[in-house]
Write a protein that binds this ligand. Structure first.
Ligand SMILES: *Cc1c(COP(=O)(O)O)cnc(C)c1O
Length: 501
């Protein structure tokens, strides 16, 4: 990720002598942020972020977001969580955007409230539903539609916010960011949509040439903003990832070109996802079970945080596809590396869940040494386990849903209730039904079904899976660069694009 910043001693900050990362930046915006932070310190409510591995001095929200991964290799978590249990009735009155602003402000107290207001308003104005994440009532459960953003997937909820926060913080510091990413096809478009047209940010997304679906490619290459660069790499997704890793390992290059990533461990992403748990839970009322189709564990972890912040949560159903490392863990305590299976819910095809470390930190009561020990063992042997006689977690129940059950669920819900589920959402619905979770149950709908016509066509008429925005893609102009699977070629492209401006 980005270079780490030298961090001030917090007690010095509290005395108002803060010479933090914004020091000596001339512009008014950064002065405003410094002033806010100092006031916050004096109130002693300044939210600080600590690393799950215990080797990074605490930092504020702005640093946590721009740094992404903690310099010691850990993930960042707020030092404390606000208890909102006494404010639920007031929170239930708020619209989605007002709720988002209120909850995010608890954690982002180094951004002036008026600025945060504008960022949140703009981020969710890009959604095509007035409620942003509407709840739909089915016969047995509610479906929380998280797919009303620009790319019709739930990652928009976090990335529309993150792109704007990045732009704001980079402006305050007079910095730039060049994002380099690799996608197998499904999630690149949400990252692109989050930063297109943003000042001070460029994005370079590599994907395997001719190995994504046409729809996936069109969602990326129909974005023509000057700061967006789509690279169709003549190779596999693994080649793309290997190139990315090599380039990030070239520290002089990384520094010179201010390279960063928008990976799923960024705190701002998790934070933006906490909002819809509150939104849905407060509308359904009473202790609610959420069923969450899970890959990297970011989404489920946001629900776990919501519960710890006082939202009444009965259970969190962790639903995986055949990539079952997490469901095995929550059922047995053993965290065991497997190989990646390709499924009809590709955004959940993971081997190791990047946000899992945050759960470990809480499970080990904040004992960073235990987190490190667990991860070291996993790294060394491919397996680590929790075996301390306590249940793994009181809230999380986990199960695996295979392809047949997923397809049957899509067909049954469409035929019986006239509601079309995408394959990811169907994994969550199938899990909640099979486990017989008591009402109220909210199933998180993470993608619009029109993104997955092939899977739906296996059990239903694929013409059911349509969305006007996806149909319109066919006639839009496109721009991409086909490039060899070569580290040097990609570096040359990147430096030419950056130096040209
Ligand atoms: C990313 C994604 C998921 C998995 O979410 P995690 O936070 O990685 O667990 C599920 N469904 C869809 C459609 C996604 O894009």
């Amino acid at each position: 990720m980005r270079p780490s910043y030298s961090l001030p001693d917090h007690r010095a900050q509290a005395r108002g002598r803060w010479h933090g990362p914004w020091e000596a930046r001339g512009d008014d915006l950064s002065r405003a942020i410094i002033r806010m932070s100092t006031e916050a310190n004096e109130r002693d409510t300044y939210m600080r972020y600590i690393s799950t591995r215990g080797g990074t001095p605490p930092m504020g929200f702005a640093d946590a977001v721009l740094t992404g991964l903690a310099p010691d290799g850990g993930l960042l978590l707020p030092e404390r969580l606000p208890d909102l249990s006494g404010r639920l009735r007031a929170l239930a009155e708020l619209s989605y955007v007002d709720l988002a602003e209120t909850l995010i402000a608890e954690f982002a107290d180094d951004i002036p409230r008026a600025d945060l207001h504008r960022i949140v308003q703009e981020a969710y104005a890009s959604f095509d539903h007035p409620e942003v994440t509407p709840l739909v009532r089915l016969s047995r459960e509610h479906v929380l539609e998280l797919f009303h953003g620009p790319t019709l997937a739930f990652k928009d909820v976090a990335l529309q916010f993150l792109g704007r926060v990045f732009e704001y913080l980079l402006a305050a510091r007079g910095e730039q960011l060049n994002i380099l990413g690799a996608t197998s096809g499904d999630t690149g478009s949400a990252a692109i949509a989050g930063v297109r047209g943003r000042d001070r940010i460029r994005i370079f997304i590599m994907y395997p040439h001719e190995r994504t679906s046409r729809l996936q490619e069109l969602q990326m290459i129909s974005v023509l903003d000057a700061n967006v660069h789509n690279l169709a790499v003549r190779g596999s997704f693994d080649d793309c990832q290997a190139i990315m890793k090599e380039i990030f390992n070239d520290l002089p290059f990384k520094q010179r070109y201010q390279l960063g990533a928008v990976n799923s461990v960024n705190w701002a992403r998790v934070l933006a996802q906490v909002v819809y748990y509150f939104y849905a839970g407060l509308r359904v009322g009473g202790p609610t079970t959420f069923s969450v189709p899970t890959g990297n564990f970011g989404d489920l972890f946001a629900g776990y945080l919501a519960a710890r912040m006082g939202l009444p949560v009965a259970r969190l159903v962790l639903a995986t596809n055949e990539n079952d490392i997490l469901s095995v863990f929550f059922n047995t305590g053993a965290y065991r590396r497997g190989s990646v299976h390709q499924t009809i819910s590709p955004s959940m095809d993971i081997q190791v869940a990047s946000n899992f470390e945050r759960f470990l930190f809480y499970r080990f009561d904040g004992d960073a040494a235990r987190v490190r020990g667990f991860l070291d063992e996993f790294q060394r042997t491919g397996e680590a386990r929790i075996d301390d006689g306590r249940p793994i977690d009181d809230l999380i129940v986990a199960t695996t849903v295979g392809t047949d059950e997923t397809l049957q669920t899509i067909a049954r819900v469409q035929n019986e209730e006239g509601y079309l589920l995408d394959p990811h959402t169907a994994v969550g619905v199938a899990a909640a039904r099979r486990l017989g979770m008591p009402a109220p149950v909210v199933c998180l709908a993470t993608a619009h079904p029109a993104k997955f016509p092939e899977a739906i066509g296996r059990v239903l008429d694929p013409a059911l899976a349509r969305h006007p925005r996806l149909t319109a893609l066919e006639s839009l102009p496109t721009r991409r660069t086909v490039i060899d699977a070569s580290i040097d070629e990609v570096k040359r492209f990147l430096s030419a694009a950056v130096d040209a401006e």
